[in-house]
Design a protein around this ligand. Structure first.
Ligand code: 26Q
Length: 844
């Protein structure tokens, strides 16, 4: 009998997998374990990936289009197998072969280690962007660091966070292609002689390529990560003298550079190793790009028409000085020409307005590690300030200095108002890249965000409100000088990983309802669900899928922390890094309030209450004491609540340890309400809010970050909005010292947390921070938002009692989520910043 083409493909896939299991893994197919089967399948999929990767890259070499290079210290990729199989359209071919081995794709996927090369939002954004860049067939690569240890693994010890190394490479990594022949020299320390840098130390940056399959296209992009290696492996002479550790010292020192991701998403400045990491990957990326560019182009002036570097926050911004150095010292360009190229090639994204998260490096640290770069930075700064001074002077002319100065920038106004002796100089100082540390007299700092803005063609924020705030605060003076440089690019998430693949049940229903699966690449089509939002039969199907996903989440909770949670309860989730500004403690205050209400209620009243499961997950930076206390708050309250027989199934409180991408892929589809409750004006965007919205999970949130735009798209009346307005924050912070929370529930909660229910003094500091205005000032305004938050919580309970109304809203969330696809976001970057156009391999 003749085999159909499909059958033939299935058979080929099976043969390939069996060969891999036999010869690569080296085991018998009969006795294969899940891990071995995973290895066999992954190494087979890898070959398909590499075939398409090679074709794409060859085509791009031939066509020579303009490229986008996404520079990021973090890429939070998660697992690859399911994404690769689905994006390559291999599920049909591979599914049966996997089943014959006795497994499902999901089981094999669970064998894969997460690539957790990022802290949180910023790193995951970079990963979503790579997916969209490939999906839109945009010529583009990511550049970063191949950390040997990613984000630490989080455990719980006595309810406190414990940390252990993330050994993600122990089983090998089928998804990378080592390029041991592709290594760039990176220098450190030394001195500058005759304008040329003589580094005292050098290491190699060795490339590893990670192919990135697009969806619905033949395009496979690339994430090139660098591993740090010594110039020489081993000092034989030292060894022969019996100095064994000296013999391997260089190797160890070099390997330290790419050893570990800094697990801090706000402060870690001044650490030399962190700066080493930054220059390490940025220099390697730029050398790599220039080397390719020079193969086909002679004139460096053409660089801006062939390459754009997008700098993901300040972490890669030493690149401004590095590109200048390469163009001047290596390529022999004059300063002006190099500056022109640099400022046309670089673009910068800001992700935060929190002062402690804006990188400022001591001049002394940069000067020692990168003396030539420091020279360049000083020259950039002095030319910049000089050009401003000229502008000011020209405008001053013969008129009164006051009027003329006002035209230049708001900063001058400020200086005039402050009656500074020399208003011009005082104003110019505000624009300077090099500033004095306000807390340490005489210590000079390099403001990396300023350098990035000056050295780039564009600066963008990551949500509408955030892009407005940066123009009014941190970049105010720069915005007034060059308003055209400032843009907004509201973040997005990939609908492949975050809906189509993590929620197959819902995905299938959407496809059936819309009549095709085109929505996976064109998420605007999700709006077509709106007209079904009132359809009872549709609502019923929608709900039954949610129930299955809740069951999956309940199973996960049971297996991870041993707590049984009922599936008829409302699943309420807050998953994100633990931070005071994200206010997980506000969430817990409401949990305590709920607990006290249950305790006070009669059996009759209890019957009317809506049961709730509260899930919190997230990691705290290792040195962030208050964030760690907030984790303990969750686990300690959980212990009290979960074992109280009065409470039963009415309330369960779960802290899910070791939150990561693959955990999110189970939690998001199972959640019914999710919390995005940062103090207004503090969360630049948020991206998990978008994932929940896509999966039809209702949102309780402040008018902050992208919540505002989500409310616009899915209806503000459908969101549980509470809290003060961002524009009032400054005033409220000043007034907070004299502000008293009048709500009696607040005091009861504070009393409960400092009562003998808990170890003496355990939560005193946490409570004092928000409640004792003689010691603190409740910087994140929990007191101000408390009552309104509880009101919003009550609304949630009330609506949940009307399941049809709840389901209708859920459908409207998904229907309104099309805008938040990273495809939309990347399309805007490509057109409005990068000027990069699609270039897809034609079907042969
Ligand atoms: C910097 C220097 C030294 C050590 C660590 C760091 C560091 C590392 C990570 C500083 C910041 C980060 C991460 C920041 C981050 O994730 N920001 C989030 O970015 C998201 C994507 O734009 C937004 O949605 C979030 O609102 C924002 O908090």
């Amino acid at each position: 009998m003749q085999l159909t083409r499909v059958d033939q493909q299935k058979q080929e896939a099976e043969t390939e997998i069996l060969r891999k299991i036999a010869y690569q893994v080296g085991v018998d197919a009969e006795t294969v374990t899940a891990q071995q089967a995973y290895q066999g399948v992954a190494w087979t999929v890898r070959e398909r990936l590499i075939d398409a990767f090679n074709k794409t890259q060859a085509y791009w070499r031939e066509k020579d289009p303009k490229f986008i290079y996404y520079l990021s210290a973090e890429f939070l990729m998660g697992r690859t197998l399911t994404n690769a199989v689905n994006n390559l359209g291999l599920e049909g071919e591979f599914g049966e072969a996997i089943r014959k081995l006795g497994y499902s794709l999901e089981e094999l996927q669970s064998q894969e280690q997460n690539a957790s090369l990022g802290n949180g939002g910023l790193g995951r954004l970079a990963a979503c962007f790579l997916d969209s860049i490939a999906t839109l067939s945009l010529p583009g690569w990511g550049y970063g660091i191949r950390y040997r240890y990613g984000m630490f693994r989080q455990g719980l010890e006595n309810g406190f966070q414990s940390e252990s190394p993330d050994t993600w490479l122990t089983n090998g990594n089928p998804w990378e292609i080592p390029r041991r022949d592709l290594a760039y020299k990176i220098g450190f320390y030394g001195s500058v002689q005759d304008g040329k840098w003589q580094p005292a130390e050098q290491v190699y940056a060795v490339a590893y390529d990670n192919p990135i399959p697009g969806y619905g296209t033949k395009t496979v992009g690339n994430l090139r990560l660098f591993d740090c290696q010594p110039m020489s492996e081993f000092k034989l002479a030292s060894f022969n003298e019996g100095k064994y550790s000296e013999a391997t010292e260089d190797k160890r020192k070099a390997e330290d550079i790419s050893a570990v991701l800094y697990p801090n998403d706000a402060t870690e400045y001044g650490r030399e190793l962190r700066l080493k990491q930054q220059i390490f990957f940025v220099s390697a990326a730029m050398q790599d790009t220039l080397a390719r560019f020079k193969k086909t182009h002679k004139d460096m002036k053409e660089l801006p028409s062939k390459a754009c570097f997008q700098m993901n926050d300040t972490h890669p911004t030493i690149g401004v000085a590095e590109l200048m150095r390469l163009l001047i010292d290596q390529e022999g360009l004059q300063w002006e020409a190099a500056w022109d190229i640099t400022t046309k090639t670089l673009a910068f994204t800001n992700h935060t307005v929190m002062p402690e998260a804006l990188e400022k490096w001591p001049v002394a640290v940069i000067g020692k590690l990168l003396p030539r770069h420091m020279e360049i930075i000083e020259k950039i700064d002095s030319i910049w300030i000089e050009s401003l001074r000229k502008k000011v002077t020209a405008q001053v002319g013969s008129q009164s200095p006051k009027n003329a100065l006002e035209k230049v920038a708001g900063a001058v106004k400020g200086a005039l108002e402050e009656k500074t002796a020399d208003p011009v100089e005082a104003a110019l100082a505000k624009y300077s890249i090099i500033t004095e540390n306000p807390w340490e007299k005489g210590v000079k700092l390099v403001n990396m965000a300023f350098m990035a803005t000056i050295g780039s063609k564009s600066t963008n924020g990551v949500a509408a409100i955030h892009s407005e705030i940066i123009k009014e605060t941190i970049f105010k003076d720069f915005y007034e000088l060059s308003p055209e440089k400032f843009q907004n690019k509201t973040n997005g998430v990939t609908p492949r990983r975050w809906l189509a693949y993590c929620n197959p049940g819902l995905s299938k229903l959407i496809t059936e309802t819309l009549g095709s699966n085109e929505w996976i690449a064109k998420t605007d089509q999700l709006a077509g669900l709106r007209k079904f939002s009132d359809d009872k039969a549709f609502q019923k199907k929608w709900r039954s899928i949610k129930l299955e996903n809740k069951q999956r989440l309940a199973d996960l909770i049971k297996s991870r922390v041993g707590i049984s949670v009922p599936t008829n309860a409302l699943y309420d989730v807050q998953i994100k890094r633990i931070h005071e500004y994200k206010r997980q403690h506000l969430n817990m205050f409401s949990v305590v309030n709920r607990y006290l209400n249950i305790k006070a209620a009669s059996p009759e009243e209890r019957k009317k209450m809506v049961p709730r499961v509260v899930v919190i997950g997230g990691k705290a930076a290792s040195a962030y004491v208050m964030a760690k206390k907030m984790i303990k708050l969750v686990t300690a309250v959980g212990e009290v609540v979960n074992k109280d027989p009065d409470v039963g199934d009415l309330l369960k409180v779960v802290f899910l340890p070791d939150y990561n991408v693959s955990l999110a892929e189970v939690i998001v589809p199972g959640a019914e309400v999710s919390q995005h409750i940062s103090t207004a004006g503090t969360e630049a965007s948020g991206t998990s809010n978008m994932k929940f919205q896509m999966n039809g999970c209702l949102i309780i949130g402040t008018m902050d970050g992208a919540n505002i735009e989500i409310a616009q798209e899915s209806g503000k009346e459908n969101m549980f909005v509470f809290g003060v307005d961002a524009k009032d924050i400054g005033r409220l912070r000043e007034e907070r010292k004299n502000f008293k929370v009048e709500d009696p529930r607040w005091n009861k909660i504070m009393q409960f947390l400092t009562s003998s229910t808990f170890e003496a003094g355990l939560f005193q500091d946490l409570v004092d921070n928000v409640n004792d205005m003689s010691k603190a000032n409740d910087w994140f305004l929990l007191g101000n938002d408390f009552s309104d938050y509880l009101r919003a919580q009550d609304e949630i309970d009330a609506l949940y009692k009307d399941q049809d109304a709840w389901t209708k809203r859920s459908i409207l969330y998904t229907a309104g989520s099309g805008f938040f696809s990273s495809d939309r976001c990347i399309d805007q970057y490509a057109k409005e910043i990068w000027d990069v156009k699609p270039c897809e391999v034609p079907s042969s």
